[in-house]
Ligand binder design. Structure first.
Ligand code: SAM
Ligand code: ZN
Length: 359
């Protein structure tokens, strides 16, 4: 098998080719870190993720691969050797492994939610001043509100099950890491946050300091959403009634209201992407450009089709025309990576209503 010029043995069911983009964009984020780092590829399977991080990025000095399934571990061992990656394989349970180890970057890529392992990942940084956590969550249905009770149980947050569900889901995942980070006196700086197909990816820098940890709490709150008139707002406390039409509010949270990306890091990732020949290069370039811009706005967006339906309007204008019309009215507006039909803007729903549809 081959992925981005890496030859490896994939076995019968240990390799998911649909996660190639996730591995590639994460590898860019690893390469954009300016220090030399030791990496723990926590849920290695074939090892393709850790092997790619190591081979594509000169700043990765050593990699530990952790995999508890015997046959996957065997494949991983062969792949580490055949690719001459400096590091070793630990055929053991991740949480157990992390009890007395530390790395600069910990990769969490289990099946489903990273929650059962995030505490041990975070704890492993306790004696360090900074570190990085890269986590994938494939429990999108939970974070997007299709399984409301599961989200409460795992993430202690109310999900939003509407047009904002992907952004809210990513922000709930970040809030989870922010809470854990605070317990160990770290502030979090999300370097990039991605919602793509069936997964969420968060890539976070941890920075030690009581003040930074306290800041996590200040960046946490709720997204309030009125399904009737389209009003929405981020706030520290949830609201009950829509201030515009007095309908009942659907709110999601607690969730992360702060920045989703570091512009500086995204720019470095873009430069690296330009130099690399990834199969998903064009798609990644587009995603990174959307991310660079979308963070200048409030923590929500407007979906053009849902908004039109809500306003009782037909024939929405093309999205670029709506953005241009908003700008003409002196609002800022941009597309978002969270939805191909989404617009990030500082304009209120009422302003959007006036210019969203063709006459
Ligand atoms: C989603 S796959 C990892 C995919 C891999 N990172 C990649 O990019 O191809 C999850 C892997 O983690 C392993 N795993 C699950 N729970 C684990 C645990 N608690 N400790 C160690 N390995 C675990 C599974 O056996 C499986 O191979
Ligand atoms: Zn309302």
């Amino acid at each position: 098998m081959e992925e981005e010029n890496i030859h490896f043995e994939a076995g019968a069911s240990f390799y998911n080719p649909h996660m190639r983009l996730c591995r590639s964009i994460s590898s860019l984020a690893v390469g954009a870190i300016e220090n030399e780092i030791e990496v723990c590829d926590g849920f290695s399977s074939t090892g393709i993720r850790g092997i790619r991080y190591a081979k594509e990025n000169p700043n990765v000095s050593r990699t530990a691969f952790v995999e508890f399934d015997e046959s996957a571990a065997e494949l991983c061992r062969k792949n580490i050797e055949s690719n001459s990656v400096p590091g070793e394989l630990f055929g053991e349970e991740f949480n157990h492994h992390m009890m007395d180890r530390s790395y600069n970057l910990v990769e969490l890529d289990p099946f489903g939610s990273p929650v059962p392992h995030s505490y041990f990942a975070m704890r492993s940084f306790r004696r360090m001043k900074e570190g990085y956590i890269s986590a994938t969550a494939t429990d999108t249905a939970v974070l997007c509100g299709a399984h409301y009770a599961a989200c409460q149980k795992y993430y202690h947050s109310r999900p939003l099950h509407n047009e904002l569900c992907h952004e809210a889901g990513a922000r709930i995942l970040l809030k989870h890491f922010a809470n854990l980070a605070s317990e160990f006196d770290f502030g979090i700086v999300p370097l990039f946050t991605l919602s793509h197909r069936h997964f969420f990816k968060v890539f976070i820098r941890l920075e030690k300091g009581a003040d930074k940890a306290a800041q996590n709490e200040k960046e946490t709150g709720f997204i309030n959403f009125c399904g009737k008139c389209g009003w929405r707002e981020g706030s520290q406390m949830p609201k009950e009634k829509c201030p515009k039409c007095k309908s009942e509010i659907e709110y999601g949270g607690p969730l992360w209201l702060g920045k989703l990306h570091s512009k500086e890091h995204i720019r470095r990732m873009k430069k690296l992407n330009e130099k690399r020949d990834y199969a998903d290069k064009a798609e990644i370039g587009k995603l990174l450009s959307l991310m660079e811009r979308e963070d200048d706005f409030p923590p929500y967006f407007f979906d053009v089709h849902r908004s039109c339906k809500r306003f009782g309007l037909h024939n929405p204008k093309p999205i670029e025309e709506i953005i241009a019309a908003l700008k003409k009215k002196k609002y800022s507006a941009a597309r978002t990576h969270f939805s191909p039909t989404g617009i990030k803007t500082n304009a209120p729903a009422s302003a959007l209503k006036r210019l969203i549809a063709s006459k």
